[in-house]
Design a protein around this ligand. Structure first.
Ligand SMILES: [Zn+2]
Length: 498
């Protein structure tokens, strides 16, 4: 008997509708074939999980291409088209038994609100209705009816901050193998909830902890084959923005419809509790001035690259410079022009630069004078984890400027700083700093837990949860900008009509 094969690949990026900086090809880590497989094997990533499950079942995985980038503005259409064509060409060549796609689900291009759904529909048209196609998404995906209708099964992360990338890949791959083996006939109960979660939406805290526990109990008891609760990325001005509850069963209903409806109603009932508040920057810097046992690792909530922000807000930098009593601090800023100026000046030079504030209009450029103490044209990061442990990324050009006790880390691309190795790769040991600024609201808290005390700080900007400050038009109505009438209703789905 010939060995079975799975086609796996695609694109993963989370977009922000109001970030004017399009995400170009240079921001992507693009891998294919054996190189993609070798770098994902054994890592806590979607593809790592897919490989794990497939290889245990002695199934070969084909990876025509996998594009991965950090969050940011919409992805250039030409980049999406390149990935799409490679995947579609591979699908046309055939010679595989199922498709398992490791995607994000919250991406945009300038012309597409639902590029993942577009990719899946094209693949479905090529392979026909009979070939199993399963998908793995981030918990912050923008799920659409087209996505649900096109794939046989969709799994989302169950944790925020995200620590279950590998097991989500395994769920998606396992479902494909179960369908192939005739043990699974997925039937979906799906409910859309027109709301956003905003800042109080960790899954290791209530109210989401309880909801996720109910979902897990339903799977463990056999009531459902799999349940995902998607809390959409908050900065997507797209039709149908909102949360989704998905409960897949095997063949018949058996109470799963009621489960999906009840979870959706609970999510809606707790919508006010899912809006959080954070400590102010002043409170945190006061503490740092008084002295803390461990470094304070502060997430700049208003300009999170992890939430699609540009990473060039100077709000925190200015506060650090105003407080000479602070311990050593590092703050990253996206600023390609300043990186180039530092490279031209050379290591050890004194420089005066207007840094940041190019896109973060709530925090204008700030003039700094200091010494260039680090320069590089590329740097290599390997995540400590636990989130995405072992994931390798290549960074572009950077410069470090020392201004008093503040190290300003300038980069030509935006990064989220989800893992301490970003700083180490550019010559700064975060464990030796008193204050470390990251451009993430949640995810850094997993990988920095061993380095210091992690706090998300209430700062203004494009990724602040003050969504009323953003010009949403297409996505409305949704809570909390609106108070739509909500009664949970099961979405129509082809699996329900057989
Ligand atoms: Zn996410």
């Amino acid at each position: 008997m010939t060995k079975k094969r799975i086609l796996a690949g695609g694109i993963a990026q989370e977009s922000h509708s109001f970030n004017p900086v399009l995400t170009d090809r240079a921001r992507f880590n693009i891998q294919s074939g054996q190189a993609a497989i070798a770098s994902a094997r054994g890592t806590n990533s979607l593809l790592g999980g897919i490989l794990d499950t497939a290889e245990q079942a002695d199934i070969e995985v084909l990876v025509p291409t996998l594009f991965r980038a950090q969050s940011g503005g919409p992805v250039e259409d030409v980049v999406f088209a390149e990935m799409r064509d490679i995947l579609c060409d591979a699908a046309k060549r055939g010679d595989f038994d199922a498709i398992v796609l490791p995607l994000h689900g919250g991406m945009l291009t300038p012309t597409l609100e639902d590029p993942e759904g577009e990719l899946m529909a094209l693949l479905r048209a090529i392979v026909g209705p009979g070939l199993p196609m399963t998908v793995a998404f981030d918990l912050h995906a923008h799920v659409t009816p087209r996505i649900l209708k096109t794939c046989d099964f969709l799994a989302g992360y169950l944790t925020n901050p995200h620590g279950d990338q590998g097991s989500t890949g395994r769920r998606a791959c396992r479902a494909a193998l179960d369908i192939l083996g005739g043990q699974l006939r997925p039937v979906l109960s799906a409910v859309h909830v027109p709301m956003l979660t905003l800042g109080h939406d960790r899954t290791d805290e209530e109210p989401l902890m309880g909801l996720q526990a109910r979902a897990r109990a339903a799977v463990e008891s056999g009531l459902a084959y799999d349940v995902s609760i998607f809390n959409a990325q908050q900065f997507l001005d797209v039709h149908g923005l909102g949360n989704w509850v998905l409960a897949y069963g095997n063949g018949s209903d058996g109470g799963r419809d009621r489960l999906a409806l009840e979870l959706a109603q609970s999510l809606w009932d707790q919508r006010h509790a899912l809006i959080g508040t954070y400590p102010s920057l002043d409170e945190c810097l006061d503490r740092a001035e008084r002295g803390t046992k461990r470094p304070l690792i502060l997430g700049d909530q208003g300009d999170r690259v992890a939430g699609g922000g540009p990473g060039d807000s100077t709000y925190v930098l200015r506060a650090l410079l105003d407080r000479p009593g602070l311990p050593a601090a590092v703050v990253p800023l996206t600023d390609p022009a300043s990186v180039a100026a530092c490279h031209a000046a050379g290591n050890g030079s004194q420089v005066t630069l207007d840094v940041g504030g190019c896109y973060s209009t709530m925090a204008p450029p700030t003039t700094i004078t200091g010494k260039v103490i680090g320069l590089g044209t590329e740097a290599h990061v390997t995540y400590d984890g636990p989130a995405d442990a072992g994931y390798k990324a290549k960074l572009g050009a950077y410069a470090v400027v020392e201004v008093g006790k503040v190290r300003v880390l300038l980069t030509d691309q935006p990064y989220s700083y989800l893992d301490p190795d970003y700083f180490r790769a550019m010559g700064i040991d975060p464990a030796k700093m008193g204050v470390v600024i990251t451009r993430s609201g949640y995810h850094f808290t997993l990988n920095f837990a061993a380095t210091g005390e992690c706090i998300t700080v209430d700062t203004p900007g494009m990724t602040s949860y003050q969504v009323h400050e953003l010009p949403f038009t297409v996505a409305r109505p949704f809570f909390p900008l609106d108070e739509p009438d909500f009664v949970p209703v099961l979405a129509e789905h082809p699996s329900r009509m057989v």
